[in-house]
Design a protein around this ligand. Sequence first.
Ligand code: PRX
Length: 648
Amino acid sequence: MSDFIKITSTDIPEINGSFSSHEELYKFSIEKPEEFWGPIARARLRWDKEFTKVMDCNMEKGVFDWFIGGKLNASVQCVDRHCEVDPDRIALIWEQDEPGKEQRITFRQLKEMVCKIANVLKSEGVRKSDRVVMYISISPLAVASMLACARIGAVHSVIFAGFSAEALASRIMDAGASVVITSDQSIRGGRLIELKKTVDAAVAKCPSVRRVLVARRTGNPVPIIEGRDVWLEEAMEAQSVECIPESMDSEDSLFMLYTSGSTGKPKGLVHSTAGYLLYASFTHKQVFDIRDGDIFACVADIGWITGHSYVVYGPLVNGITTVLFESHPAYPDHGRYWEMVQRIRPTQFYGAPTAIRLLLGHDSSYVTKYDRSSLRTLGSVGEPINHEAWQWYHEVVGKGKCDVVDTWWQTETGGICISPRPSAPGAEIRSAMPMRPLFGIAPVILDDKGNVLEGRDVSGALCIRKSWPGIARTVYGDHSRYYDTYFKPYPGYYFTGDGSIRDLDGYYHITGRMDDVINVSGHRLGTAEVEDALDEHFSVAESAVVGYPHDIKGEGVYAYIVLKEGVIQEHKQIIAELRSIVRTKIAGHAVPEIMQICPSLPKTRSGKIMRRILRKIAADQIEELGDVTTLADPSIIEYIIKNHRHCI
Ligand code: PRX
């Protein structure tokens, strides 16, 4: 089996000048960013007022302005423009959880929904730059609600509908939102999830919330609080299908999205209007080779950045049909994705390695019995993809005929930054690595002293040397946290938090997070967040959480727990309570798979927990523990190793 495949060409018609190679055009995008991004932004977005300057960026300070002086509205880019040309084109295909059930929405219908919801929000007193929290799973109403916020200049903050009431409440409070949009329930893999009830529990702690708009998903009865809750569809009925879009500055915030870091609470990263839209739509077009009439199936939820950039904004700015996948890859059986592909006939499929790993363990007839001939590109995102999963994706799903793109990026970057495509016609794609920087992205690898490692065959911290339009502009309400996290560690560079290798051929591989962030099924989790939750148990003295390799999830959560002296409660009972605390404080996906109760934790003489050692033990790499002589009490290691296999 060959370990590389050929790729097709990609062009950027807006760029003037002749370039003899992909490398030359890439170099131009880095060296002359104004000449590169200016014409692309002029051509690809509709401006109410054209910008007067392409960029003014300072990597030392972490301050970025793109398309200065320009005015535009995001919802106009996503719906109005396409409605004018072809109102009956399908904008959304909602692949509902119930097998075989789908709903198609045209650009005209989407525009009407957007305007009606925008008018509802206005009638609720929501104004430009107000924050609106959404706790809702993927549906046309959810997408229309995001765009409705954009239409009136409000900032949407979508919270993944798997987070607990407490996690939701802290995000509502951080954003100071007065309106929350949710649905009665959601349904995934046939299982009902009580969204409205969770919102009720969260909002009880949030005095800022005046109104909860409730969409109907299942129609099952849910408690309604008089005077506060309003059924969204009923409120929409009374509203006009027109709503004049608010003309926003390029740098006005389009949305915020929370993500976990190594310390403290999750951060509300803020994305801009013009730069974000341009970068999401440009990368979508270039990486996935988007052509008129394409149907794009990204199976991410809108609660994550992948859903924002490649379910909603990228495809809709590009005027193509986007699939909203509400279900689960193994529901009703392991052929769900491919049955959908046969029925909907998407041209691209974009999913997560964790789902691929889940599927490849099952009979390949779940794939092969369905017609996948519509597919041209298969994408992977969110975590490292292993060779086995990549090959299965390439050979079994794509029959060796599709381009497979491992795409590296982050909530912070707004869109894909490293991906095998675009690249020169015929250039190879290698298995399981993102390979090449996108236009305008200048990756660098630094050693732990902050020196830039030039040349090939080097590894270290992955940083980006130059600004690009899609970079998040700040952390909501805390710009110094933004600066400290991303620009202070390596002055003059954006620090991604990831490690990377530039190999002998100059291709980039991602080695994983360098900080205390773990990636569970593509969900980013701060170990400190989980520890904070565990430490709330009255019997817990301290805890240390690390990631360990997990066959399906990529990483699993491993918690080492130290109990207070004199605790007599049964360990099994404590562990059950700890699970429930993490579920209540954060979310189901944060609950540790493994918990080990230990008498103490390995610490240095200055009291720092030696996480490196705990990670090695969790990963079963006992022989690679390294130097343990600096520990205050080396005997604890022996104890932990001995009991490592007997944990719960
Ligand atoms: O560690 C990297 C990993 O996911 C992190 C970003 O997570 P999040 O902000 O939730 O965004 C996920 C969707 C873009 C990164 O810092 N990651 C993302 N893509 C890849 C990856 N790791 C390896 N390979 C990838 N292709």
